[in-house]
Design a protein around this ligand. Structure first.
Ligand code: GLY
Ligand code: MN
Ligand code: MN
Length: 334
């Protein structure tokens, strides 16, 4: 900043400042009052044309420029995102154990968010999802108000914000500490997909290729379990996975959990580049459906990490969670 004035001098100073500029950058259409003021200042300036004042020649939208800048994280942003991730991992691990000893989603939500604040997070990055049993299948479950018995699946999608930077993690685990056969099979299917996508997270990949890979892997997995039948290529072409996997593979993350920034430049999907941050979050959600054996019903699993693209691959910003079936079961057993 080159200059600062009292706010009550705004109307007086702005026309003078405009008079010295060739280009004006502004977020048009975001705030009616400010839009109005801007045009008033320009009008004032135009009236002073004969005494040598001139209006800026170019008007530019500011938001797309800032959005493009926000796609790339500098070293300070990266350390803030690592800290947001560290706090979120701690909160998830604490909540997982707590869920085992309690029986209400609200209790787990309280413990989860308390742990975030306790470790320096100013607020949650978005409304926490703490879903038990059939609620695991509801994508934007926010009620967090149901009691559960001690042997259901729980899905927690939550992240801390730290000094303005977001984190986003989903963990899925059995509240009884041990997966049943069907829960285990679906969990493993999602984990295989998560790992397959992570492996491709490097410069040059793009959101569409990662999403397509996740759809393919989910078809392969669901076919192996007999939940989908037919050739993998046909299942992909017919979008058979959409009944069980109805969202995208991930999103940009940064100052916002679903951060600004284009995914596509009008011609092609943006290639991932070093220092971009995103989430990877495949899931399978099985609503009761008469075509399918009841043993599969109401199982919802999502596995989500926040990552940063590096020179050759990616860095997990949310490392250290128990992720395999064995890791989760042994974590909950101790
Ligand atoms: N909880 C929002 C998301 O994962 O995108
Ligand atoms: Mn997410
Ligand atoms: Mn999430």
């Amino acid at each position: 900043m080159n200059q600062a004035f009292e706010l009550n001098e705004l109307d007086k100073q702005m026309p003078n400042i405009f008079a010295q500029c060739d280009t004006l950058y502004f977020d048009f259409g975001e705030n009616n009052e400010l839009d109005q003021k801007l045009f008033t200042w320009i009008k004032q300036l135009k009236k002073q044309n004969r005494i040598g004042k001139r209006v800026p020649e170019k008007l530019h939208f500011l938001a797309p420029i800032v959005a493009q800048m926000r796609l790339y994280k500098d070293s300070i942003e990266k350390s803030l995102m690592r800290e947001a991730g560290r706090i979120s991992v701690l909160a998830h691990k604490t909540a997982m154990k707590y869920a085992q000893q309690h029986n209400h989603e609200a209790q787990v939500t309280a413990k989860l968010e308390y742990t975030m604040h306790q470790h320096g997070s100013e607020r949650t990055a978005f409304g926490s999802i703490v879903a038990s049993g059939a609620n695991t299948c509801t994508l934007h479950y926010r009620e967090n108000n149901q009691s559960y018995n001690n042997n259901v699946l729980m899905l927690i999608d939550a992240g801390a914000e730290y000094q303005g930077y977001a984190s986003d993690i989903t963990t899925t685990f059995p509240t009884g500490g041990v997966f049943n056969e069907e829960q285990k099979a679906i969990y493993q299917a999602v984990l295989n997909t998560h790992n397959a996508v992570l492996e491709q997270c490097k410069p040059g990949a793009d959101f569409d290729s990662l999403h397509a890979l996740s759809c393919r892997q989910i078809c392969i997995e669901l076919r192996k379990l007999g939940i989908l039948q037919g050739e993998v290529e046909d299942l992909i072409t017919n979008k058979a996975y959409q009944r069980y996997y109805m969202h995208r593979i991930g999103h940009w993350i940064g100052c916002d959990v679903h951060d600004v920034g284009n995914y596509h430049d009008g011609n092609a999907w943006l290639p991932l580049q070093k220092d971009m941050a995103l989430t990877v979050e495949p899931g399978i959600y099985i609503f009761p459906n008469k075509d399918l054996d009841e043993k599969w019903w109401d199982i919802g699993v999502r596995i989500e990490d926040s990552i940063l693209i590096t020179e050759k691959g990616y860095e997990n910003l949310t490392p250290g969670l128990p992720r395999t079936v064995e890791e989760i079961e042994s974590f909950l057993a101790t």
